[in-house]
Design a protein around this ligand. Structure first.
Ligand SMILES: NC(=O)c1ccc[n+]([C@@H]2O[C@H](COP(=O)([O-])OP(=O)(O)OC[C@H]3O[C@@H](n4cnc5c(N)ncnc54)[C@H](O)[C@@H]3O)[C@@H](O)[C@H]2O)c1
Length: 348
C-alpha cells in the first residue's frame, strides 16, 4: 500500500458529513450564512467568468455542468434534473461539486451538492426576495411540495420574516410530507387543495414544481398586484410554470440573461424582453421593488456563481472541523515529471 502525500489529498464532504455540519450550525443559520456569501458574490458579479451552463438533454432529463471562476478560485457543479425519477425511487435533482485553486489548478474541495443545492437555491430565493418582496410580506404560497420545498420555506422564514406558508402540490402525499417536516419550525403551515387557495392572501408566490414540459402552475388571472413571484421550477428549455401574460405584467429579475433566456420563464417571450439583472439591484445601480402595486418576478434557473458561493462557504466552514475526510485524489510523484515511475514503483 502506497501512502499518499499531503499534496495528493483533497478534502471531501460526504452526504453524511454535510448533514452533520448543517445540524451543527443549524439549518436556518446555514441558510443565512449562504445568503450572505451569495449576496457578497453578486456584489462582485462583474469579475467572474460567466457562461450559460453546459446542458446535455435527453427525453427524460438533463445533465449539466456549471463552471465559474473569480480569478483566485475555480468551481463547478455537476447536476441532473430528471422529473420522472421520483416515480422510480430516485431524486429529481442530485449534484456534487468541486473548488480549485486557480494558481496551481489543484482541487481544494470536493463535496456532495444535492443537499447543498437545495440550501443554496433557497438561500438565493430568500436573498432576492429581501430586495423584491413587498414590505411586511409574511405569507408565502408554496406550490410544489417536493425536495426543495421545506428549504424554500425555512429560508423565507429566516431571511425575509415569512411566518406562514400555504402548501399545494398535485400529489397530496407531497403536501403531507412537507407539512410534517415543517411541524415545529415555528412556521404556520396551511395545507391547500388547489393552487387558487394556496395563493389566497399570500405576498410571495413560490412555484417549485418538476415537469419535463411547459406547465401553467399560475394562470394570468390568479396573480394580483403587489405580489412577489419566486419561480424556481422552470429551468430548462421547454419547461416553464407561468402563463406568459404574467410575465408581461411583471418586472422580471434574472441571474444571468444568456442562460435565463434559454432556460427560464422568459424563454416564452421575445429575445429582447426587458429584464433586470439581480446583481445590479444588489449593487444598488438598478431599482428593485419601486411600489406596492408592482408585481416582481424572480425568474430563477440557478446560476454557477451561487454554487461557487456555496462551495466557498463549505471550504471556509469545514476548516478545523472533522466534517470531511481526505481523498487520495491527485497523483503526487516525488519527481513531478516522473508520473510513470510512480506507477511502475506501485507494481504489486
Ligand atoms: N432554480 C433553481 O436554482 C433550481 C434549483 C433546484 C431545483 N430546481 C427545480 O425545481 C423543481 C423542483 O425540484 P424538486 O427537487 O423539489 O423536485 P421534486 O420532484 O422533488 O418535487 C416536485 C414536486 O412538484 C409537484 N408537481 C409537479 N407538477 C405539478 C403541478 N402541475 N402542480 C402542482 N405540483 C406539481 C410534484 O408532485 C412534486 O411533489 C425542479 O423542476 C428542479 O429542476 C430549480
Amino acid at each position: 500500500m502506497n501512502q499518499p502525500s499531503d499534496k495528493a489529498l483533497v478534502p471531501f464532504v460526504s452526504v453524511d458529513n454535510m448533514m452533520r455540519l448543517v445540524h451543527h450550525v443549524g439549518i436556518e443559520q446555514v441558510l443565512c450564512d449562504l445568503a450572505a456569501y451569495i449576496e457578497a458574490d453578486f456584489k462582485r458579479w462583474e469579475l467572474f467568468d460567466k457562461t450559460p451552463r453546459v446542458a446535455s438533454h435527453s427525453d427524460v432529463g438533463v445533465i449539466e455542468l456549471m463552471p465559474t471562476s473569480d480569478g483566485e478560485a475555480y468551481g463547478f457543479k455537476y447536476v441532473n434534473g430528471h422529473p420522472k425519477n421520483t416515480s422510480e425511487g430516485l431524486q429529481t435533482v442530485t449534484a456534487f461539486g468541486l473548488l480549485a485553486d486557480v494558481y496551481t489548478g489543484y482541487p481544494v474541495l470536493l463535496t456532495e451538492m444535492t443537499i447543498l443545492t437545495a440550501l443554496r437555491t433557497a438561500a438565493t430565493s430568500a436573498m432576492v426576495a429581501k430586495y423584491l418582496a413587498p414590505k411586511g410580506a409574511d405569507t408565502m404560497a408554496m406550490i410544489g411540495n417536493g425536495a426543495q420545498s421545506e428549504f424554500q420555506s425555512l429560508a423565507m422564514k429566516a431571511i425575509c420574516g415569512v411566518t406562514s406558508v400555504r402548501l399545494y402540490d398535485q400529489d397530496p402525499a407531497a403536501t403531507e410530507k412537507c407539512a410534517r417536516n415543517l411541524d415545529g419550525t415555528g412556521l404556520k403551515v396551511v395545507r391547500c387543495t388547489s393552487p387558487e387557495s394556496a395563493i389566497e392572501g399570500a405576498h410571495i408566490l413560490t412555484t417549485c414544481t418538476a415537469d419535463k414540459q411547459c406547465a401553467t402552475i399560475l394562470t394570468d388571472n390568479m396573480v394580483g398586484s403587489g405580489v412577489h413571484i419566486n419561480a424556481i421550477g422552470g429551468d430548462c428549455p421547454g419547461k416553464t410554470e407561468l402563463a406568459p401574460g404574467i410575465l408581461s405584467r411583471s418586472d422580471v429579475f434574472v441571474e444571468y440573461p444568456p442562460q435565463t433566456r434559454i432556460e427560464g420563464e422568459i424563454q416564452q417571450m421575445a429575445p429582447d424582453f426587458t429584464v433586470t439583472e439581480m446583481w445590479e439591484v444588489i449593487s444598488g445601480t438598478k431599482p428593485g421593488r419601486r411600489d406596492n402595486r408592482q408585481i416582481t418576478l424572480f425568474d430563477s434557473v440557478g446560476f454557477a456563481i451561487e454554487d461557487f458561493s456555496a462551495l466557498r462557504y463549505i471550504r471556509d466552514r469545514i476548516k478545523d472541523t472533522d466534517y470531511f475526510f481526505d481523498l487520495d485524489m491527485l497523483a503526487d510523484p516525488d519527481d513531478p515529471r516522473d508520473l510513470f515511475g510512480m506507477l511502475q514503483r506501485a507494481a504489486p
